[in-house]
Ligand binder design. Structure first.
Ligand SMILES: c1cc(-c2cnc[nH]2)ccn1
Length: 243
């Protein structure tokens, strides 16, 4: 997967996208990430990337020309152009999976009060919101989307199963995880996880996921629904909690 990021602040991406899993994915050549500084495509001697809004009002608006010039300089092949904005389609795991199948993603990160509307009209395929709040710009939102999408690209995690097992796969929250020591300040690892009985362990994990989702995100259960077996498992979980 090729990712191009159009931004006025490329340095903001240094930490999150050049560490850990994403760093390894780039070293393996599974993902390439390019940072394009919009300011490099300004046309005036002051390198002006923003200007006062027509119609007056507070703040500045990102100019259309530098963004379009930067965009047109990017080699494209099956490209999909995303603008990060509070008005966008709400980002979730299902959307991340859809985007992880794209060959080439181009992210446009706005700043200031916003971006000239003609950017949207000319080059944006989809606007994405990561939540109902206003950030200082699109950069942090782009990092969230890139992190969630990149980890789903085959070969990035190296262990396809964990991408599937994570929260929101099968639309359930995760089960609790444990590792050594068996006892930490009196808190024991559940016996079933030490049993080596993988059928029992899988059943315990599914029950925990169902209970977790029921108590924390009942809305997800309402959307997803439950099979007869899952309902039985959930009721068993309630009963065990009540004991
Ligand atoms: C995506 C982008 C944004 C945002 C972009 N610029 C200011 N806020 C907020 C939420 N999700």
């Amino acid at each position: 997967m090729k990712i191009d990021i159009l931004t006025l602040f490329p340095e903001m991406f240094n930490g999150p996208l050049n560490s850990s899993i994403l760093k390894k994915a780039q070293e393996k050549g599974i993902i390439t990430i390019n940072y394009i500084n919009i300011r490099d495509f300004t046309t005036d001697r002051h390198h002006q990337a923003d200007d006062k809004p027509y119609g007056g009002g507070a703040g500045m608006v990102m100019k259309v020309e530098p963004v379009i010039n930067a965009y047109e300089a990017i080699p494209k092949n099956n490209s999909f152009t995303i603008m990060l904005s509070p008005q966008g389609r709400k980002f979730n795991q299902k959307f991340a999976r859809e985007l992880s199948r794209k060959e080439h993603l181009i992210f446009i990160c706005g700043h200031y009060e916003g971006i000239d509307e003609r950017v949207r009209q000319l080059i944006v395929d989809e606007e994405i919101s990561i939540g109902d709040y206003v950030l200082t710009g699109g950069e942090i939102a782009a990092m969230v989307v890139i992190d969630a999408v990149a980890r789903l690209v085959p070969g990035v995690l190296g262990d396809e199963v964990s991408a599937e097992e994570e929260s929101f796969s099968d639309q359930l929250l995760e089960y609790p995880h444990y590792t050594r020591p068996r006892n930490f300040r009196g808190l024991e690892v559940p016996e079933v996880l030490l049993s080596g009985n993988h059928k029992k362990i899988d059943l315990w994990r599914k029950k925990q996921s169902l209970l977790n989702t029921f108590f924390r995100r009942r809305d997800l259960l309402k959307i997803r629904g439950l099979t007869k077996e899952e309902k039985i498992l959930l009721w068993q979980g309630f009963f065990e909690l009540a004991m």
